[in-house]
Design a protein around this ligand. Structure first.
Ligand SMILES: O=C(O)CCC(=O)C(=O)O
Length: 285
């Protein structure tokens, strides 16, 4: 049994109105600390491969595959997404202490060829505060049209494509998404969001868990996803192969294959190579 923050109907209403829902308790603080320790152990052991965890890290590490099936996540998402849920992939979003790393204002929809709905569950592994550059969102902006985006080669942008909204918009309604470790924010993929620099002495660490109703449709390249709740009666995605061994050779091969399918459309029109294929890190440590 999972204790939801409020009734499923109230959760759905708030999500549909605002395009975001938080805080959603997913893990205990102790569990979030264990996830942080797992992540940092990998960073110490494989410093040249850290970029691989930018996308679909759930295919590399069994602990992440177990995390995405936890009732705290699946039952918290069900009121928003319905009973049948696919996880598209998991990536880390870690910001170094006292750094210039930031995320420009953007929507995810221009880059994601899935519809009608995809959400990002931003799960905090450390406190996420205004001082350390927590996510910022504009509630209600998920109902806006797609705004014009551009991209630039900015080493301080946490987004590999360096994309940002290149037209004027009203940011007066912005709110900070302050979270405790183990809490998550679920955001609609069309919401306008960003994050500022980390001005504190500690890292800001979080995971993006991208999920969708299992009947979602992908145009373009056929892709892979993991069923984390209910049934998949639509077969719109190939099932991803869960990992058996942490960062094993077969897992790395499978990860590469699935990320190549994912980024074929996601990176269309960009001359950048996804970090999740090269392993090169930019600004996360
Ligand atoms: O972690 C953050 O600060 C935001 C990340 C983000 O918006 C993204 O990766 O699309």
């Amino acid at each position: 049994m999972v204790d939801l923050p409020e009734s499923p109907d109230a959760m759905k209403r708030r999500f549909e109105r605002d395009g975001c829902y938080f805080p959603l308790p997913v893990l205990t603080e102790a569990e979030a600390a264990e996830c942080r320790a797992e992540c940092e152990a990998f960073e110490r052991e494989h410093p040249d491969h850290v970029g691989l965890y930018d996308m679909k890290a759930n295919l590399l590490f069994p602990w992440i595959d177990r995390l995405i099936r936890k009732p705290g996540l699946t039952e918290g998402l069900a009121p928003l997404l319905g009973p049948d849920i696919l996880c598209w992939g998991v990536g880390f979003r870690n910001k170094p202490a006292d750094s210039k790393t930031y995320v420009g204002w953007h929507q995810d929809t221009p880059y994601i060829h899935i519809g009608p709905l995809l959400v990002t569950c931003w799960l905090a592994l450390t406190p996420a505060t205004e001082a350390n550059g927590c996510l910022r969102v504009i509630p209600g902006s998920h109902k806006w049209p797609h705004l014009r985006h551009d991209e630039k080669d900015d080493p301080d942008s946490m987004l590999t494509r360096g994309h940002y909204i290149a037209e004027a918009f009203d940011d007066s309604g912005v709110i900070p998404v302050v979270l405790r470790p183990g809490e998550a924010a679920v955001i609609h993929y069309n919401i306008v969001h960003s994050s500022q620099t980390n001005r504190t002495k500690g890292r800001r660490m979080g995971m993006l868990i991208d999920c969708m109703p299992a009947d979602s449709v992908k145009t373009g390249e056929r892709e892979y996803a993991t069923l984390i709740r209910g049934e998949d009666r639509w077969n719109n995605f190939e099932p991803d192969t869960p990992p058996k061994t942490a960062f094993g050779a077969a897992e790395r091969e499978n990860h590469r294959h699935s990320v190549e399918a994912m980024t074929a459309d996601f990176y269309a029109g960009s001359d950048r190579t996804p970090e999740s294929l090269t392993g090169k890190t930019r600004n996360v440590l």
